[in-house]
Design a protein around this ligand. Structure first.
Ligand code: AMP
Length: 301
C-alpha cells in the first residue's frame, strides 16, 4: 500500500493516489467489508434524503446519514463492544484499526509481517501505516453514510490527519454537509479496567467477546454460539497490558485533550452497565446525526 504522508503536502498526494490505492485494497482484507451489513450504494450528495434498506428489512428502517464517530478510551473501556452495538443500530461499519492490523498479521501480508512485533509488544504502529489503512477503509462504499472509528486516532498526528482527510474526502467533495467527528470518550475506573482486560476472552470463529468475571460464557472458555474454544488476545496477556496502558496514558490522552480543547468531546461513564453506556452513546449520536444532515456544523473549522 502507498504510505500516506502526514504533512500537508503528503495529504494531497495521498488523495490523488486514491484510485491506484483502492485497487491494491484487495490485498487488504475482506474483513470489515464482509462484516458490515451495510448497503454498498449510497450517494452522499443526497444528504438527508431518506433511503431504505433492501427487501428483507424494508419494513420501516430508514438509513440516515450519521457521519464520523470516534470512540476514545483506554484498552478495555468497552470500545469494541459499544462499536458493535452502534454498528447494528445504524448499519454503519465499525473501523477498528486493531482488528485491521491483526488481520494483516494473520494473513501475513507485507504490512502484517512488518507490524507483528510492534503489536506483540503493545507499542503503537507508525502513524503513516495506520493512516494508510484507515484511508483505504473509509473509502469503501459501505462507509459513505458514516462509520465508527475504534482505536483511531491514537496520536495527535493521527487526529490532525483525520480532520484533513474527512474535510477533503467527505466535505469538499460534496458528499457531506459537515465532517467533524463526534468524539465519544468512555471513562472507566483503573482497577475495573484491569479486570476487564485480564478477563477478556474472544471467540476465534465469530468474534464474540466475553469476560470471565462480568460476562462469562455458559460453559467455561467455550463460545455459546459455536462451541469454539475461546482465546486470549496476545496483547491482553498480563505482561503486555501495562505497556498498553502506559502507551495510552502517554500518547492517546493528548488526543482526547486535543478534541476537548476543540469542544468536540462527549463524556460517557463506562462504569455503568453495558446497555446504559450504549443508550447514552446512541442519544449523543442521534443529536449529532441531525447536525450532519442539516449542514449547520463543522463549516467554519
Ligand atoms: P486495539 O485492539 O485497538 O487495542 O489495538 C491493538 C494494537 O494495534 C495496539 O496495541 C497497537 O499496537 C496497534 N494499533 C491499533 N490502532 C492503532 C493506532 N491507531 N495507531 C497505532 N497503533 C495502533
Amino acid at each position: 500500500m502507498t504510505a500516506l504522508h502526514l504533512e500537508a503536502g503528503g495529504f494531497a498526494a495521498a488523495a490523488t493516489g486514491r484510485r491506484k490505492q483502492s485497487k491494491k485494497a484487495d490485498v487488504c482484507l475482506a474483513v470489515t467489508l464482509a462484516d458490515s451489513g451495510a448497503p454498498t450504494e449510497h450517494g452522499f450528495g443526497e444528504v438527508g434524503r431518506k433511503e431504505r434498506l433492501g427487501a428483507s428489512s424494508m419494513a420501516e428502517q430508514v438509513l440516515r446519514t450519521i457521519g464520523p464517530v470516534v470512540l476514545l478510551g483506554p484498552p478495555g473501556a468497552g470500545k469494541g463492544t459499544q462499536s458493535k452495538r452502534i454498528t447494528e443500530h445504524y448499519h454503519i461499519p465499525q473501523v477498528s484499526t486493531g482488528d485491521l492490523l491483526r488481520e494483516h498479521v494473520k494473513q501475513q501480508t507485507p504490512l502484517g509481517v512488518d507490524v507483528q512485533a510492534t503489536l506483540a509488544k503493545g507499542e503503537l504502529v507508525p502513524d503513516h501505516l495506520v493512516c494508510d489503512i484507515v484511508a483505504w477503509r473509509l473509502r469503501q462504499p459501505d462507509a459513505e453514510r458514516g462509520f465508527i472509528l475504534d482505536g483511531f486516532p491514537r496520536t495527535q498526528k493521527q487526529a490532525a490527519w483525520l480532520d484533513a482527510f474527512l474535510k477533503f474526502e467527505f466535505f469538499e467533495s460534496g458528499k457531506w454537509a459537515a465532517w467533524l467527528p463526534i468524539v465519544v470518550r468512555i471513562q472507566v475506573d483503573y482497577n475495573k479496567l484491569l479486570l476487564r482486560i485480564t478477563g477478556r476472552r474472544t471467540c476465534p470463529v465469530d468474534g464474540t467477546i466475553y469476560n470471565i468475571y462480568s460476562n462469562p460464557p455458559r460453559v467455561d472458555e467455550i463460545c455459546d454460539n459455536d462451541g469454539a474454544k475461546l482465546v486470549i488476545r496476545d496483547d491482553d496477556r498480563d505482561e503486555v497490558i501495562r505497556e498498553r496502558l502506559d502507551t495510552y496514558e502517554r500518547q492517546t490522552k493528548p488526543v482526547a485533550e486535543y478534541y476537548e480543547k476543540l469542544g468536540r468531546v462527549v463524556m460517557v461513564d463506562g462504569d455503568q452497565p453495558v446497555d446504559e453506556v450504549t443508550e447514552q452513546i446512541l442519544k449523543q449520536i442521534d443529536g449529532r446525526a441531525c447536525g450532519v444532515a442539516s449542514g449547520n456544523e463543522g463549516k467554519g473549522s
